[in-house]
Design a protein around this ligand. Sequence first.
Ligand code: ZN
Length: 299
Amino acid sequence: MKEKQRVEAILDGEVTIIDMSPKTNIFLIKCNWEECNSSSIQNQQPTSSTDNNNRDAHEIEISHESTHSTPQESSSSKYSHIKINKKAKYILIDTGTNGQEEKLIKVLDKELGITPNDLSLIVITHAHMDHAGTCWYLKKHFPHVPIAVPDLEYEMLRRGEPAPSTPTNLVAKILYIRGSRKKILPFEPDLRFKGGEHLEEFGVKASIVHMKGHTEGNIAVMLDNKKAAIMNDVMKGGFFSYGKPGYHLFYDDKMQILKNIKWAFDEGFQTFLVTHGYAFTREPLITWLEKELKQNKLM
Ligand SMILES: [Zn+2]
């Protein structure tokens, strides 16, 4: 079986990958309200940005439980200030670039037959224009669909400022110069996620993990059943074929990125979904990861 088929077979329609422009993906996770309603509510207070325990632990250690925040039990009242659409069909992860507003509406209709009103939640992984670029439009025209953003980048998104991230080669420097002129249009997010939140209340069995390295506040979405680690710009995939994991062109902390990837691999996630390039499974990832861990003296 080829890598593309392997990815599709594992995801089995649970996660839909939509390419917004050449190899720039957004992701939709299918809601399963029946499954979510039958299990206990697990959530964590999403509004505080002062508790850095998870982040600190995450920075120091390579392996898990302690390094990545896990959902904790608490009441469902923390989302009482927003109205959750309990009939929604999907959660959307990232929204594409400024100017892709109409394209987003069209692809949602074409690929899944939905409008943004069929979303219970939009999660923005970090404050970059190709991820949060259409949020202003969604907020304006679909105000009842809540948008969750990384706690550490909440103020940047409100001001329309991109999160700092360093270009690592010449191509990235050129992209940076061109891209820096394109600011994110400001919008008012509804929720601040710092890692540890569970999405069960939004109809999806997945949790949020803080994964700094590309940007300081970057978050990722991990399915409970381990079928997918939706890691967006934590790394990238091959632009011409499946199964080619690599570093993103922009990052601030390579060691932290490697630790994040190792954590996700050790946790047993079966596919790794990235914004730029194709997705990949464990097989190509372990080959790449072992080499990088050795080169960077992390094993
Ligand atoms: Zn980015």
